[in-house]
Design a protein around this ligand. Structure first.
Ligand SMILES: Nc1ncnc2c1ncn2[C@@H]1O[C@H](COP(=O)(O)OP(=O)(O)OP(=O)(O)O)[C@@H](O)[C@H]1O
Ligand SMILES: [Mg+2]
Length: 317
């Protein structure tokens, strides 16, 4: 049985029909330069899909430039993306091309685009529409020839109504839309992924059964980590349930216990406020299993809790 999709650059594991639809979209859009928007939960493989689009395209010999927009402080976002000339601002000690121009003739992958401010979003929209970028301190714009792929781990459409994402940019980015399913929506792919990452090792059926029921919050990235650790714990070439349990206990997420404002802010900066809010509501609900108690504890309305959980935990509504 063919269990993987071998692209020029990488191997994407998955036989679920939703994955096949994605492979089909990749293969039928190789020569197009239309922007691509990839939505999917954390660790579900968005960068892998973006790489496949690039390395299947005629741009494959030119740069693929990934940018984690969540990691760029707002004050330097413009110069990071569009570049600057020496002396454009106090710390500009030398010229910097910027990510757009580094991706010239290739592909620019803007991951976590939802984390950029509305001001920067507007500048990206202008750069895409004009096919030009203005480096800070430069009097002339530079023409660009770049394919833009963006990714988000939240649905951008939900952010538009909250005025956190520009509608015009959303339309511009959304030519080709990929909705990458989380592992819980393609459980039948878990054994294939496990075997692929186990390489020459094997796994007992009860250990695999456990993984089939396990709630992967970090999707494929979490699965890889569990398998790596389980291999380390195993005393021979066969992975047992206990090896998996030990691996999982090592990566168990601890509830927030040191609630200083600084810690909360750090957490919010690394995850994004929206994601943190979702996690807090889910965590509180999972502890009480009650909409009313969750609402009281968090001092929000029960309606808000229901509305949020409908999206976050569709299986309970
Ligand atoms: N279908 C798959 N087959 C093989 N490996 C995969 C698959 N999906 C994801 N991976 C691997 O899982 C890890 C996480 O994938 P990736 O970085 O693409 O996720 P992401 O959706 O971009 O995550 P984030 O939301 O954190 O940016 C990578 O090591 C990637 O190679
Ligand atoms: Mg990513």
């Amino acid at each position: 049985m063919n269990t993987k999709c071998q692209f020029y650059f990488n191997t994407i594991i998955g036989e679920h029909s939703k994955m096949h639809d994605i492979y089909h979209t990749i293969k039928t859009n190789t020569s197009s330069d239309d922007p691509i928007l990839i939505e999917g939960e954390s660790g579900s493989g968005k960068e892998l899909i973006a790489q496949a689009f690039h390395f299947e395209s005629p741009r494959k010999d030119n740069p693929f430039i990934p940018v984690d927009c969540a990691a760029i402080p707002n004050e330097i976002a413009e110069s990071t993306l569009f570049g600057h000339k020496k002396g454009a601002f106090t710390n500009a000690v030398s010229d910097y091309k910027g990510k757009f121009l580094l991706a010239q003739n290739g592909t620019l992958f803007l991951d976590n685009i939802q984390n950029l401010s509305l001001g920067i979003q507007a500048k990206i929209l202008r750069a895409i529409e004009n096919k030009k970028v203005w480096q800070l301190g430069s009097t002339e714009p530079t023409k660009t020839n770049i394919r833009i792929i963006t990714a988000s781990n939240v649905k951008l459409s939900t952010l538009i109504s909250q005025k956190k994402f520009l509608l015009d940019l959303f339309y511009r980015l959304n030519d080709i839309k990929i909705s990458l399913p989380p592992l819980r929506e393609r459980v039948s792919d878990i054994p294939l992924l496990v075997n692929y990452f186990l390489r020459e090792k094997s796994i007992l059926s009860e250990a695999l059964e456990y993984l089939l029921k396990y709630e992967f919050k970090g999707n494929v990235r979490e699965l890889i980590l569990i398998i790596k650790k389980a291999i380390r714990f195993s005393d021979n070439s066969v992975i047992k349930l206990n090896d998996i349990l030990k691996a999982i206990s090592e990566i168990k997420l601890e509830p927030i216990c040191d609630l200083t404002l600084e810690n909360i802010c750090q957490l919010a900066c690394s995850k994004g406020l929206y994601e943190l809010e979702n996690e807090i509501i889910t965590y509180t609900y999972n502890n009480s299993k009650s909409y009313a108690k969750t609402a009281t504890k968090l001092n929000i309305t029960e309606g808000t809790v229901r509305q949020k959980l409908k999206k976050l935990l569709p299986e309970i509504s």
